[in-house]
Design a protein around this ligand. Structure first.
Ligand code: ADP
Ligand code: MG
Length: 261
């Protein structure tokens, strides 16, 4: 059974149809790439999957259940976590707390309780701290737990967002351009992290990414969007030689590569 399935998913903003009648299937333990030119509807699709946006039409299924009307918070509880294209961190909170906020969906304690350090919440708090530390360890940031997000280089701030998503204990991880702004070394280690999460933690991952090297190396299958519509899908090799993709997405670079080959 598909862990995630989109059927006829559509989102209109006024007259603009950002995502149009989109079908997509993600199988368990797959790294599924979602690519397309700027403005093709990738982030909107992720916002529909995570419940930030309500679809104009169509459905989202998680593990075969229609979750189209389930709130974003409940979707986290049901095993879905995400990062944002634009980094969203709490600048005044230490790195550890930034990760811990991801964890509250799993404990009886709410964010206010923990920030106020209410005594009755101590055990929850300790468990939350531990999970947050583990998540930081996975992304290689445990040594920065006491620092502020702004003290971290940009690439590490992106990893911090991933750690926060991991702290919710997801089955399905949605990453919106996690490599944006990273240097080649950071991208390489991000690629390694994504592959480890997939292979060792058995996470299913939907990855929006512009860096073709990352996409082609990481993704088992890829869905290609253009103007909100699915124009192609398949393995990296299949998508790479699809004429519609070369034209729409790779543009001149794709044609040049084709001419060379
Ligand atoms: P991508 O992530 O592929 O670059 P987006 O999903 O962000 O594309 O955007 C797809 C289209 O929808 C764009 O034309 C964008 O301007 C529009 N759009 C996205 N979000 C909104 C919104 N909240 N309100 C109005 N238009 C939006
Ligand atoms: Mg986007």
């Amino acid at each position: 059974m598909n862990i995630l399935e989109l059927r006829g998913l559509t989102k209109a903003f006024g007259g603009l149809v950002a995502v149009s009648n989109l079908d997509m299937e993600v199988t368990p333990c797959e790294i599924h790439g979602l690519i397309g030119p700027n403005g093709s509807g990738k982030s909107t699709t992720l916002n529909l999957i995570s419940g930030l946006y309500k679809p104009t039409a169509g459905q989202v299924f998680l593990g075969g259940r229609d979750i189209s009307r389930v709130t974003a918070n409940l979707r986290v509880f049901q095993g879905m976590a995400r990062t944002f294209q634009n980094i969203r961190l709490f600048k005044r909170l230490p790195v550890l707390d930034n990760v811990a906020v991801g964890r509250y969906c799993r404990t009886a304690t709410n964010l206010i309780d923990v920030l106020l350090r209410l005594p009755r919440q101590r055990s929850d708090e300790e468990e939350t701290r531990q999970s947050a530390l583990e998540a930081l360890e996975i992304v290689g940031l445990a040594h920065r737990a006491a620092d502020r997000p702004n003290d971290l280089p940009y690439g590490q701030q992106r990893l911090l967002e991933i750690a926060r998503a991991l702290a919710t204990g997801p089955k399905l991880l949605l990453l919106d351009e996690p490599a944006a702004g990273m240097n080649p070394t950071e991208k390489q280690s991000l690629l390694g992290l994504i592959q480890r999460l997939n292979q060792e933690k058995k996470l299913t991952i939907v990855l929006i990414e512009h860096d073709m090297n990352v996409v082609m190396n990481a993704c088992h299958r890829i869905t290609v969007l253009n103007f909100g519509q699915r124009i192609a899908g398949g393995t990296a090799a299949e998508v790479r030689r699809d004429p519609a993709v070369i034209e729409a997405y790779l543009g001149k670079r794709g044609r040049a590569a084709g001419a060379e080959g």
